[in-house]
Each structure stands twice: as C-alpha cells, then as structure tokens.
Design a protein around this ligand. Sequence first.
Ligand SMILES: Nc1ncnc2c1ncn2[C@@H]1O[C@H](COP(=O)(O)OP(=O)(O)O)[C@@H](O)[C@H]1O
Ligand SMILES: [Mg+2]
Length: 316
Amino acid sequence: MPDALSDVRKWAGQPVVETPIKGGLSHRIARLDTADGQRWLLRVLDPRVSEAGLGIPLDQEITNTLHAAQTGVGPQVLRRMPGALLLEYLDGVTLNAHDVRTLPEPIAAACRRLHAGPRFVNDFSIFRKLDELLALCRTHGLRTPDGYEDRLRTVAEIERALAADPLPTVPCHNDLLPENFIRCGTEIKIVDYQLSGNNDPAFELGDIAAEADYDPDLTHRLARAYFGEDSPRLNARVRLNLVMSNFTWTLWFSVHHGLLREQAAADFDYDAEAADKFAQAVRDLDDSGFGRLVDRVRGARPGRFTPPSQHPRRLE
Ligand SMILES: Nc1ncnc2c1ncn2[C@@H]1O[C@H](COP(=O)(O)OP(=O)(O)O)[C@@H](O)[C@H]1O
Ligand SMILES: [Mg+2]
C-alpha cells in the first residue's frame, strides 16, 4: 500500500511504522504507529472487490464510514484519501462468534445507535444483491452449491412476504460478522462499511444471528432487545432475514472463489464456506416451522403458504 502510506507519512510529518493486520478477507488493513506514539488504522480498499460486486463503490463506502463515525459507533475518520481511509485505532477486542452469542443486548444497542444516525448515500437490498451475485455466477459460469437454484422460488416467497408490510429502512452495515465488532470497554464499535446501505433493520439482525450461529431463542432475544418489544411478527421477520443472509452470502464466497482467486487469503477456503452457508440456509428452509415464519411475517392465516417441499423440484 505504498501510495496511501506515503500520503499519511507526509501528512503526519513524522516517521510512521506500518504493521499489517490479518483478519479481513477483502482489503489491506494495517496498524500505523507514529514516532510520537500515536496509533492509527489504515484501510486501503481493493477496487477489485467492489468491481466484482462484493462491495459497494469505494466512494460510497468512504462516505458511509464518515456517516457511521458521526454516531460514535464507527471509528473516527482522521483522513480521507482516494480509495483509502485513515481511521481512529480502536484499542479493544475484536469479537468472535462465541462473544457475539454472549452479547445480544449490547450488540442490539450498537445497531440502534448506528441506525439512528445519518442515512447512508446508497440503498441496499439483500434480494437485489442476490440477483446481482447470481447474474455474475451465470455470466462467468461459476460453480454454485448443488441445488442452489431450486430454492429461488421459495426465496421469492420470502421477498413477497417481507414486502407485504415493510419496515422503514435505516442506515445498515449489512455485513455484521463477528470480526466487524470491536469491544472497547462496555461499548461495542462497528468497523468495515464495505456493504453498507439503507436497509430493513431486520436484515441487520438476521445477518448478525446467521454469522454468529444464533439459535432461535437467541435470535428472539436479539430482536426483542433491538425492537424493545416481544413481537412474534418482527421476530419472524428477523428469522427469515437470517435465512436470506446465509442464502445470499453463499454466493459472496462463490464469486470470490471464482473471480478473485489470485487475491484471496491463502489460508481461507472460500468454496467450503459457500457450501457451509448454503447448508445452513437449507436447514432453515426445510425446517417444519419455516412456513409459519412466512405466514407470521405477512400476517396471513396459517396455511396460505406453500411449504418448500411441495414445490416442484427441477430435475438434475
Ligand atoms: N479502526 C480499527 N481499530 C482497530 N482495529 C481495527 C479497526 N478496523 C479494523 N480493525 C481490525 O482489522 C480487522 C479487519 O478489518 P476490516 O475493516 O474488517 O477489514 P475487511 O474489510 O478486510 O474485513 C478487524 O476484524 C479488526 O480486528
Ligand atoms: Mg471485516
């Protein structure tokens, strides 16, 4: 990352030592230590990620990061450069899935803070992202897990159910895997606005639950903490979005595996991750309670939804 780093060195007017941070799958992230003892975070965005549809355009991400900083949930932005950001270094603990399972209430509070802040410059829908990633797979002949497209009809039912009585959109992160949360004392901060955009808050919650392997009870607790009420309908909405997170992000890994192989993390199996996410989506789509979730979301009389097992299956 020579350009952004030399820009920072010039701006700082003093020696700056760079230490790469391993962890993210997409960009070049480094801790910077200045000669006079300051510590910063340099995030240099890889344009190939957004060109492949795996992130929003760089300018949007950068502006959204500035908006998130205004809420205090995102790190402060110290300097904006073309395709790069110099951020406040959050001196805390990056969460793992176990941590996220123990902290549903503080995580809901962090989301509420982010969502109450300035709107982002773009909108985001997990269904349009699915269309986009699917089109990329088809255009480039990328491998998707066996049986993936057989599920698209059920996914269209999920979209119709959620659209029947939509929630107002709010500035969402949309990619809240555990490693994008940093705990600083009692506060939870959120980094990495690569997929941010105004969206249904139920997707934010469902995505958190999917990424940290929440069971239905824990998902319910997260929904209750966020919405401040015990609503079966909102809870069902979060559960359907959990399925959509696993289903759609399956293709994030398929596309990364197929199109960005040469810049992939060497020790991460993108193909295996795609298969794992799809298996989790299938587990929920085939669950006997799935039809009830759809009915609850659209407020219909039980029985109107056609269970997925009754859908005609494409012959292999
Ligand atoms: N502002 C920050 N302060 C401290 N650590 C950070 C900061 N931003 C990111 N990190 C660390 O770097 C890791 C990768 O950063 P992230 O922005 O999520 O990159 P990627 O887009 O590649 O996932 C995070 O999981 C976290 O551990
Ligand atoms: Mg990240």
